[in-house]
Design a protein around this ligand. Structure first.
Ligand SMILES: [Zn+2]
Length: 267
């Protein structure tokens, strides 16, 4: 589905593009890759962004089929786009029927603010309400994006303050913690709102404590992720090893590597 510019960027930045294409075809091959990396479970991020990246709502059926290989280890993340849905309620019900375990909203690639429901984009409110009622977390990309056509003003996490207030039971995951421009905003929101979590994917683990020096304070709501195979993330196992070598107490690492995610998606 990749648009030519986005595909070119992926290919230029990834030495092992063919291997990743193979993993997209074969969940078995990907599960073996996870075994080698020492990873038990993975959330597989998909989102609908026809304008900037090329992804259509077809990603949802794709990922629902993909995770059937091992639904315990592979968790599906799907998506919908307020401007690319004829009937958002019907599409949301279809997502729930597919058993999608998380919804991703990608403001810089979907070209919207997460709180645009306050300005008439009622579809967003319907998505959040349904996710909230069904216990499905919503992950928001926060921070910048280098893909051609991405608009980075949408990546400021401050707009999620409204969402956290208006949907208090909705689990909100801040992907990438606002990296690299808005880490302080992200840290504030996580401390301010009981329903806001930090996903450390996309933050090089070696720089994690520079960006979040008080990480231990929010460990109970922080979860490990990599953003692999995003253009800036060479290897899953390397991220895990780098995280393990951080000067953090063992129980804090265990919380971030395992327990926070298990609380959201019990095994
Ligand atoms: Zn992202």
């Amino acid at each position: 589905m990749f648009k030519p510019h986005a595909l070119a960027l992926m290919k230029a930045r990834r030495a092992n593009f063919d291997q990743i294409a193979e993993f997209c075809r074969s969940p078995r091959a990907f599960l073996q890759h996870l075994d080698h990396a020492g990873i038990n479970r993975a959330v597989l991020i998909n989102y609908v962004a026809p304008e900037v990246i090329g992804f259509t709502a077809g990603v949802n059926q794709f990922i629902a089929d993909y995770v059937k290989a091992d639904p315990r280890r592979l968790l599906s993340c799907g998506s919908l786009h307020p401007r690319h849905t004829a009937n958002v309620m019907a599409d949301m019900e279809q997502l729930l029927r597919l058993g999608i375990r998380m919804i991703k909203i990608h403001p810089p690639h979907q070209l919207l603010y997460p709180n645009d429901y306050l300005k008439g984009v009622k579809e967003l409110e319907i998505i959040y309400r349904a996710a909230e009622a069904n216990g499905v977390p919503v992950m928001f990309h926060t921070g910048t994006s280098i893909f051609p056509g991405a608009r980075n003003k949408f990546g400021d996490p401050i707009h999620l303050d409204d969402v956290a207030v208006d949907f208090p039971q909705l689990k909100i995951l801040l992907a990438h913690g606002g990296r690299p421009l808005w880490m302080q905003t992200a840290f504030f929101l996580i401390r301010r709102h009981a329903n806001v979590y930090l996903d450390i994917s996309g933050i090089p683990p070696r720089t994690l404590l520079k960006y979040f020096p008080r990480l231990e304070e929010i460990a109970a709501k922080t979860l490990f992720g990599t953003d692999w195979p995003g253009p800036g993330v060479p290897d899953i196992k390397k991220n895990l090893d780098d995280f393990q070598s951080l000067p953090l107490p063992a129980d804090v690492k265990q919380q971030i590597l395992s327990r926070t995610a298990l609380a959201i998606w019990p095994a």
